[in-house]
Design a protein around this ligand. Structure first.
Ligand code: UT7
Length: 315
């Protein structure tokens, strides 16, 4: 497949590190050097499905395709107010899509997992044009009295329209099942028969372990994928790394031995927006005119699961 259009949408409320320090025992002096985050967009009165719809419409407009041209829609999302139907159906209704709608819940690497499905169906001759929307509101998963998690996240949506082409050169997915490293649980409605105890837990994360996993998974997968494709790092134009922590991106850069200019980032103004992160970064870089035909983009993302994934795309 080939990327024909990108789009993104953000909540209007911007929260700076100084804003957080008015109600949390934290500071810009702690957050910025440890994460690279200065501010983040946070949902206030918006609905996540409206941000997903806005991102999708922008991507469709850029692609030149109409909603009726899309024959498969994948929505990557971890949390939404809707339990059912899936967020893909909610957004499809707003856009006027008539094709199958599929939800993907693969945490932060969700975009690459969705891309893998799209490419497999394309290669099987089952689809021609695919819309992927990644929309996330991780700020709604956190305990906002827990400074170790809530300062890290931001909300938003990114979208990609894919059409005919052989520009997806390779995808590598990985799982190291360890749900205890990064998780959240919610309480379900009671029934007359429930005898077990159920509790609501906000997002829990073993930050240092996840940090190590992220650096190790990303570097290993990127090198293995490039090698399997017979490609060298010199051929890579940009590494589009999941924007979780600038120190993670810096460590990946060091391990790969690649120059700073190949690693665009937007974490300073966005924080970690889960699976939306890579697609928002992609759209921002695209709209700045950073990509030209033949450029090689390497995507790499990691998160709850623990899941991780890498992909190589030619622009
Ligand atoms: O999307 C993928 C999933 N997530 C990630 O990739 C995140 C991966 N992990 C990380 O990015 C880092 O581990 C964090 C940024 C989350 C934490 O950085 P750290 O250097 O590993 O800090 P720490 O958790 O070991 O905490 C060090 C100290 C603690 O204080 P004590 O116990 O040493 O007194 C924390 O209580 O920093 C304290 N601390 C804070 N202080 C001020 C933790 N969060 C904050 C905060 N403000 N926001």
């Amino acid at each position: 497949m080939k990327i024909l259009g990108t789009g993104s949408a953000l909540p209007k409320k911007v929260v700076t590190n100084d804003d957080l320090s008015t109600f949390l025992d934290t500071s810009d002096a702690w957050i910025l050097p440890r994460t690279g985050i200065r501010s983040r967009h946070v949902i206030s009165d918006e609905q996540i499905e409206d941000l997903g719809t806005e991102a999708a419409l922008k991507a469709l407009e850029m692609s030149g395709l109409k909603p009726s041209d899309i024959d498969y829609f994948l929505c990557s999302n971890v949390l939404t107010e809707f339990v059912t139907p899936g967020l893909s159906c909610i957004i499809a209704d707003k856009i006027g899509l008539k094709c199958p709608c599929v939800d993907v819940n693969c945490a932060c690497p969700g975009f690459i997992f969705a891309l893998d499905i799209a490419e497999a169906k394309y290669k099987a001759g089952q689809v021609k044009n695919v819309l992927i929307v990644c929309c996330e509101e991780p700020t709604r998963m956190c305990d906002w009295t827990d400074r170790s998690t809530c300062v890290l996240f931001g909300d938003g949506a990114g979208a990609v329209v894919l059409g005919e082409g052989d520009n997806v050169k390779g995808v590598k997915l990985n799982a190291k099942p360890s749900p205890g490293q990064l998780w959240q649980k919610r309480k379900l409605h009671p029934t007359p028969y429930i005898t077990k105890e159920e509790v609501d837990y906000p997002l829990q994360m073993k930050g240092r372990e996840v940090f190590r996993f992220a650096v190790n998974a990303s570097t290993t997968e990127v090198e293995a994928l490039l090698k399997s494709l017979g490609m060298s790092k010199e051929q890579v134009t940009y590494y589009m790394i999941h924007q979780a922590n600038l120190r993670i991106i810096d460590a990946i850069k060091e391990y790969l031995g690649e120059p700073e200019r190949k690693f665009p980032t937007n974490i300073a103004d966005h924080g970690n927006s889960s699976s939306a992160s890579c697609t928002i970064l992609l759209d921002e870089c695209n709209r700045k005119g950073m990509f030209k035909d033949g450029d090689v983009l390497v995507f790499s993302a990691f998160g709850a699961g623990l899941l991780s994934a890498a992909a190589v795309l030619e622009w």
